[in-house]
Design a protein around this ligand. Structure first.
Ligand SMILES: NC(=O)c1ccc[n+]([C@@H]2O[C@H](COP(=O)([O-])OP(=O)(O)OC[C@H]3O[C@@H](n4cnc5c(N)ncnc54)[C@H](OP(=O)(O)O)[C@@H]3O)[C@@H](O)[C@H]2O)c1
Length: 224
């Protein structure tokens, strides 16, 4: 029997002109404190969190649940306080001392092409569980996560990862947090790349909610 794939919630913070990062070389902070607190709550409801390998290289995020209360609530309900962390790489260029691997007690799953499984596993060591796929893609990754009993997955970017999942129609819900400023200058990463998306001018998504958090606007869409 084919395992059920996880429910995928894609979450992004972007500027009014659609950028998720600039070219300053430093991580662009788009969320305010209220949005970060809400994101922490959203993380606490998930089984796993996914980012692309380039986000690990550029931002070195810990992807942890920050609030001690939220962590305790997970423990009280018999869950790991940390989320399973997931990434996908074709190059294998990941450092074992990234916070992705060093922070948190839950599993860290690294999906890569079959051919590099052993090399990458010995490079990353016991903190990582490297899984080779014959053809790494959002679809094959979700299929494997489903078999590992991951039911709720939070996709937190970056640009390539959001594009691949949206283009493959594998996002169930989309949360867009819009910061009250422009990045401008024509440089930086955007929310998505040019692609053929299933939701276009003839096939709209359903707007589920609009929320104001300070000066940020939060739009949530249902895609399923
Ligand atoms: N504002 C936000 O909400 C937010 C959130 C997260 C990230 N970001 C920003 O997003 C930027 C990174 O975005 P990005 O588009 O450059 O990178 P990304 O989406 O984080 O990662 C892309 C990488 O994923 C791997 N990958 C993607 N598809 C694959 C496939 N089918 N098979 C195997 N591997 C695959 C490749 O890794 P390899 O290169 O290793 O092969 C690829 O380079 C950063 O600037 C970061 O600050 C913003």
């Amino acid at each position: 029997m084919t395992p059920t794939r996880p429910y995928v919630l894609a979450s992004v913070a972007m500027s009014l002109d659609g950028y998720i990062d600039d070219n300053s070389g430093q991580r662009l902070i788009l969320s305010n404190a209220l949005d970060l607190a809400k994101l922490d709550e959203i993380r606490a409801e998930q089984d796993a969190i996914l980012v692309g390998a380039n986000t690990i290289r550029k931002d070195n995020p810990s992807l942890s649940i920050k609030s001690p209360d939220l962590r305790k609530r997970r423990v009280d309900s018999g869950r790991n306080p940390d989320l399973v962390k997931v990434t996908l790489t074709a190059s294998g260029q990941l450092a074992a001392n990234s916070r992705f691997f060093e922070v948190g007690a839950a599993e860290k799953l690294v999906y890569c092409p079959h051919s590099m499984t052993e090399t990458l596993q010995s490079k990353l060591g016991p903190a990582a569980h490297v899984i080779g796929l014959s053809s790494p893609s959002p679809h094959s990754l979700l299929e494997d996560l489903g078999a590992r009993n991951i039911r709720k997955l939070l996709l937190e970017g970056g640009e390539k990862m959001h594009t691949a999942f949206l283009e493959a129609n594998l996002v169930d819900e989309l949360r867009v947090a819009i910061a009250p400023f422009f990045v401008g200058g024509g440089a930086g990463q955007k929310f998505v790349q040019a692609a053929r998306f299933p939701f276009d001018k003839n096939h709209s998504m359903k707007l589920k909610s609009i929320e104001q958090l300070g000066d940020m606007a939060i739009l949530t869409y249902h895609l399923a």
